[in-house]
Design a protein around this ligand. Structure first.
Ligand code: ADP
Ligand code: MG
Length: 385
């Protein structure tokens, strides 16, 4: 049965009535990796996988929530000390609390929800969950909180109730996502702009290949990469005082300080400065409908992440090389690195052979099959009529 119908059936069974339906989405990031904390651009879009909730105010001060996917029912109050045990319920509780902290009204409600974003695969199922509830509560209580603040409600939920110190990109994409568009977000100024992205219409598909590995290194390496970027930035700033973030620096300014910083820091900074430019180049290419250039930039990003920034791994490099061999237009590791997915832009006529080659050869080499997710850029948070 369709997800929406299963939700409605369960809602009726539990609460004896009907509520309103809302939805929001997971996200991909086409290009612009490890640029956020350097004040650069990211370029995400919402996808056709998300969360659907049915919800109705219940006139009490309690939330009644049922997760279809976990087959679990939870009740909680809305005061700080009412924080539920179940981790999925903490996302909902956190969104309620963060809405209230911003002066929004929240009272008791009944809800049933489900989703089809694979958990922990780098598509941000958690942001989809937060954004759906943030949007729905804002609508139902008529709180008039603006969209950017709704994204921040999701981000603060992760920080304050889920122990994840994330940036704003995931929730931003989930709230602002629009069918057929990617959104270039300037992480320093928070200015954003929509660009057309409709690969299907141009004869391509967007597909993620999930290596299903997560190497331990990720969080310690992340801190080290940030430190390298700060070092390089500080050295450049001595010559160019206006430079606040590494993304403000020109490539030649980095060359000026090459012998003043460790070679490793130089390579990290070289990647970041290149990546900021690549986002701009991809946006230009999309305005011309030039998907071949987009793909070439994705390969350049992969090279940078693998050789300069050194956050790839054997499995992801293998998938990237395989994509090249199969004439895939663009391919790169997506997300923080050390595991997770590659994102691939592939011509429709090559799709089947790429997927079967990648699946067979990856399984042969690593002893387990990768997962394959087709994605279409779709609308973010919304009410379903
Ligand atoms: P991701 O990278 O997918 O965001 P996270 O670990 O940040 O991975 O978030 C996954 C968590 O979000 C799950 O453990 C669960 O608590 C919650 N979640 C996401 N999707 C669902 C869902 N469909 N039903 C219940 N909880 C969900
Ligand atoms: Mg998450």
């Amino acid at each position: 049965m369709e997800m929406k119908s299963r939700i409605q059936e369960k809602f009726k069974l539990l609460y004896g009535t009907e509520g309103d339906l809302f939805s929001s989405a997971g996200r991909i990031n086409l290009i612009g990796e490890h640029t956020d904390y350097n004040g650069g651009y990211v370029f995400p879009g919402a996808i056709d996988k998300g969360i659907i909730i049915e919800i109705r105010l219940n006139g009490t001060d309690k939330v009644h929530a049922y997760s279809l996917d976990y087959d679990e029912y939870v009740e909680f109050g809305l005061n700080e000390e009412d924080k539920p045990q179940q981790s999925w319920a903490r996302y909902i509780f956190g969104v309620c609390r963060e809405t209230m902290k911003r002066g929004g009204k929240v009272e008791g409600f009944d809800t049933v929800f489900a989703g089809d974003v694979p958990l922990g695969a780098g598509l941000s199922s958690s942001a989809a969950l937060e954004s759906t509830f943030a949007y729905a509560l804002n609508y139902l209580f008529n709180n008039m909180i603006d969209k950017f603040e709704l994204a921040k409600i999701g981000q603060s939920t992760e920080h304050n109730y889920c122990g994840v110190n994330c940036g704003i990109m995931d929730q931003f994409a989930s709230i602002f996502g629009k069918k057929g568009s990617l959104i270039r977000l300037n992480c320093k100024t928070l200015e954003y702009k929509y660009f057309p992205f409709d690969p299907e219409a141009a004869g391509y598909k967007l597909v993620l290949i999930d290596s299903c590995v997560k190497h331990e290194l990720a969080s310690s390496a992340y801190n080290k990469r940030r430190q390298s970027c700060e070092n390089a930035c500080a050295a450049i700033k001595k010559n160019h005082p206006d430079v606040e973030f590494l993304s403000d620096a020109k490539r030649v300014w980095l060359d000026e300080v090459r012998d003043q910083i460790p070679e490793e820091d130089f390579l990290r900074a070289e990647y970041v400065i290149g990546e900021v430019q690549r986002v701009l180049d991809v946006c230009d290419a999309l305005e011309r409908g030039d998907y071949e250039t987009v793909g070439e930039m994705m390969y350049e990003t992969h090279f940078g992440l693998s050789r300069l920034y050194e956050v790839s791994c054997e499995e992801l490099d293998f998938l990237n090389k395989l994509a090249r061999k199969c004439d895939v237009t663009g391919s790169r590791v997506m997300g923080g690195g050390f595991g997770g997915c590659t994102i691939n832009l592939v011509r429709k006529d090559l799709y089947d052979s790429f997927i079967s080659t990648a699946t067979t050869q990856f399984t042969e080499k690593f002893g387990h099959a990768p997962k394959v997710y087709d994605v279409v850029i779709s609308d973010g948070a919304r009410k379903i009529e």
